[in-house]
Every structure is written in C-alpha cells, then in structure tokens.
Design a protein around this ligand. Structure first.
Ligand code: HAM
Length: 420
C-alpha cells in the first residue's frame, strides 16, 4: 500500500497538528477580538452552488461527482457560496449586520506550486449588511492584528488594495463595455500576467469585445496612487472616494503602513463588485497570503435579495511557508502534566485510581499502560515533556502515599492519595 495521502493533500501528524492548532488558535482569537461569531457548513455542497459562467479558474478546479442517486455534488473550493446560501436560508430573520467567521477545509484541483495544494484550510471573516468601506477596513485591521500576533510586520507583508470600480470606471463608464460583460472581463484581467497577450485578445473577442481594450486595461492597472487614480477617473468617481475613505480610515486604525494602492489587483472570482485586496509577501517569493473584497450582488445570483457583503479568505499554507522562511514558527513541543507509572502489575488498579483523580482535577495525565521498567518511564516522561512523574510503589501505596517526582527540579515528595 502507498502510505502517501492523495497528491496535494496532507496528513497532520501530531507535530503538524500542533502547528495547525496554534495557527487556528490565532485565527479564532483574532475573530473573537473583532466580535465575529463562528459558523460552519458541509464540505460537500450541490455543484450548482459553484456554477458561475465567468470563466473562473476555480470552477475548472472543482472536485465534483455524482452521488449514489445521481445528484451532482462538489467538495467546496471556497466558503463564500455556502455562507451566501446560509444567509439566504435565514432570509429576513437575520439581524444585520452579520459578522461571522469560519475555518473550512477547501478543495481545489490545482496545479501544485509552492503554497498551493489541493486542499487547504481557509480562515474566512465576512460582514453582511454594511455597505460602506468601514467594513473593509475592519477586516483589513483583523488581518493586520493576526499577522502582528505572529511576529510579522509591515516590512514583511503588504496588502494591495484596489476596487473593481476602478476598472469599471474605465471599461464600462468610459469605453462602453456592457455591464454584463464586466465580471468575465475581470476574471480575464486576473490572468493577464499568466497568459500571452494574444490569448487575452482572443478571449476578449469571444466576449464580443475589441482586443485593443488590452492597452487601456494595462494602462489602468498600472495606477499605484490616489493622485493618478483621481486623474484617471475624476475626484467625484465612486472608486476614488471609496479608496480615499478607506485609506483615511486605515490611518485611524494605525494600519496604513501595511496598505498599498495597486490597481493591478482585480481578483479571479467573478462575484466581487467593489473593494478588492490581497496580502503579499514583500520579499516577493510567495503567492498571495490572503484575499478578499466586496461582493454586494452575490445573493441575487442565487435568486435572493441582495445584501451588501465583504470578506476575506486566508489560507493556512502560504502563511506557514512565510513563517518558516522568517524563522517565526514557535517551538511547539508535545506536553502533558503527569506520567503515572505503576512499579508492578498488581498496582495497575492503584495507578488507574491515581490517574483518574488527577484527571478529574483537570490535569493532563499519560498513564503508562504496558509493563515497563522504571528507566523507560523516565525516558518516556522526558520525550513527552511531562512536568511530573507520578510513581505508584508498593510500600508507599500501602501507606496511602504516591511518590511525585518534579522533572524540572529533580525534587520529590510522597503525597497522600486523598490530598493528591
Ligand atoms: P481566494 O483568493 O480564491 O478567495 O482564496 C483565498 C486564500 O485562500 C488565498 O489567498 C490563499 O491564502 C488560500 N488558497 C486558495 N487556494 C489555495 C490552494 N490551492 N492552496 C493553498 N491555499 C489556497 C476566496 O476563496 C474567497 N472566497 C475569499 C473571500 C471570502 N472573499 C470574500 N469572502
């Protein structure tokens, strides 16, 4: 039997699991600090939930299948459609705004590169019911709080910010690209760096658009500051006022040095309608650390009434790579409080009583279950990083005593079972 898990997926041995638990602990703690509530959804959803005809990479990467009744299902590639479905399911009963977070495992049949796997865990924080950029800045602040907790600074990580309204201002408002073609154009623009120009022109032509738009698109994407943006769209344009407000609010949060305006960020998912952002490694060796944006019209694509929404997804893979590169992965050792060891088999019952008493007092107890020598117990206690070795020896036990060895100090004491 091949002992490797399927390509692109991971086993989490206890060493790996410790790191994952540590990372998720920070995800959860930051979400708590920002007042978000946790939710979850099934990892298998109906395939329909992900069928969007905008040419997104994600739809081509679906792990989809028919179940025994022939229903078309898929492993979720992202959480946002499930969240939208849940919001729709509650309808008017939900008190807005909703601030929810989740840490789902997501599945994408990706071409594997550093930082990209076929399954990953993705911390999601989303806000429903807030139309203005105050929601975006709150989410960006949460990302910065998280990165800071891990020991990263704005010299290590930056967050590129733009808005789909920038490209919309040029393509739809100025150049007359039809509104319904805009989302597929954005998906295409996201591939600009990966595909040759001819391929982009061909795809534009398939959308019924002129290939020469590429030049205007490239020109727009090169905008890197608010002055250039204002010059391109005029001071009254919504993209300009939104981004100006966003950067002003970011100053108030004290996170402005993490943010950079970069119009080349459009993101590859069709549903974004406004602000879009991506965190990146300033050392430029890794793929996007996290990404998100505003998606005010996703609910109507599912036949519901729209509610303004924005959020982000933050994967566990790239950040782990970055922390390793920077030497910021903490030493997370296996640990327990007590190793309980019986000198002989006839004391096993006594050892069980002792272990249960310590456990009911809240201690983490590793009870030695096999017949072993004392020397083994010491080595084992060391390997487990235990604080104490609790020995059940015949003469002490007869007097109702348990011998406790403090492994850090080397000290020992005989303690009455009753007062243990
Ligand atoms: P996304 O940009 O497709 O957005 O993914 C968000 C993050 O998930 C990425 O920046 C990366 O950290 C991680 N990620 C994605 N694919 C992989 C992969 N194959 N291997 C490892 N990590 C990966 C979304 O999924 C949106 N639904 C996020 C969102 C939430 N937007 C609004 N709310």
């Amino acid at each position: 039997m091949d002992t490797k898990p399927p390509r692109g997926t991971r086993d989490f041995f206890p060493d790996d699991m410790r790191l994952r638990t540590w990372l998720f602990g920070h995800f959860r703690e930051v979400a708590r600090q920002y007042g978000f509530e946790e939710y979850d959804a099934p990892v298998v959803e109906t395939e329909d939930l992900y069928i969007r005809k905008a040419g997104e990479e994600i739809t081509g990467q679906l792990y989809n299948f028919a179940d025994k009744k022939g229903r078309r299902l898929a492993l979720r590639p992202e959480m946002t459609p499930s969240l939208a479905r849940m919001i729709l399911a509650k309808g008017g009963a939900l008190k807005l705004p909703v601030k929810w977070f989740s840490i789902p495992q997501c599945w994408r049949y990706e071409r594997m590169t550093r930082g990209r796997k076929r399954e990953h865990y993705q911390w999601n924080m989303d806000v429903f019911g807030v139309p203005g950029v105050a929601a975006e800045v709150e989410l960006l602040a949460a990302i910065v709080t998280f990165l800071t907790r891990l020991g990263l600074s704005s010299a290590d990580v930056g967050i590129k910010i733009s808005s789909r309204k920038v490209l919309q201002g040029v393509l739809v408002d100025r150049l007359g690209v039809p509104e319904d073609k805009f989302a597929p154009v954005c998906v295409l623009v996201d591939k600009l760096e990966k595909l040759p120009r001819e391929a982009i022109e061909k795809d534009l032509a398939e959308l019924g658009l002129d290939g020469s738009l590429v030049d205007r698109i490239i020109e727009t994407l090169s905008i890197r500051d608010l002055d250039a943006l204002t010059e391109a769209l005029g001071p009254e344009h919504e993209a300009v006022t939104d981004l100006m407000t966003l950067f002003t609010l970011a100053e108030a949060y004290g996170i402005a040095d993490w943010l950079v305006l970069d119009a080349s960020v459009v993101r590859g998912l069709a549903y974004y309608t406004g602000t879009v952002f991506e965190a990146f490694d300033r050392g430029a060796t890794l793929r996007a650390i996290c990404g998100g944006g505003r998606y005010d019209r996703l609910l109507s694509t599912f036949g519901g009434k729209d509610v303004p929404a924005c959020g982000f997804g933050f994967g566990d893979v790239v950040i782990a790579e970055l922390l390793k590169d920077k030497g910021l992965v903490p030493e997370l050792t296996s640990t327990c409080d007590d190793i309980v060891f019986a000198f002989s088999e006839d004391l096993r019952g006594a050892a069980q009583q002792v272990a249960m008493k310590l456990r009911s007092a809240g201690r983490s107890v590793d009870l030695v279950l096999q017949k072993k020598k004392m020397k083994w117990a010491y080595t084992h206690a060391d390997a487990r990083g235990a604080r104490r070795l609790v020995l059940i020896a015949p003469s002490e036990w007869e007097q109702g005593l348990v011998r406790i060895k403090d492994l850090a100090t080397g000290g020992q004491a005989d303690v009455a079972f009753d007062t243990l």
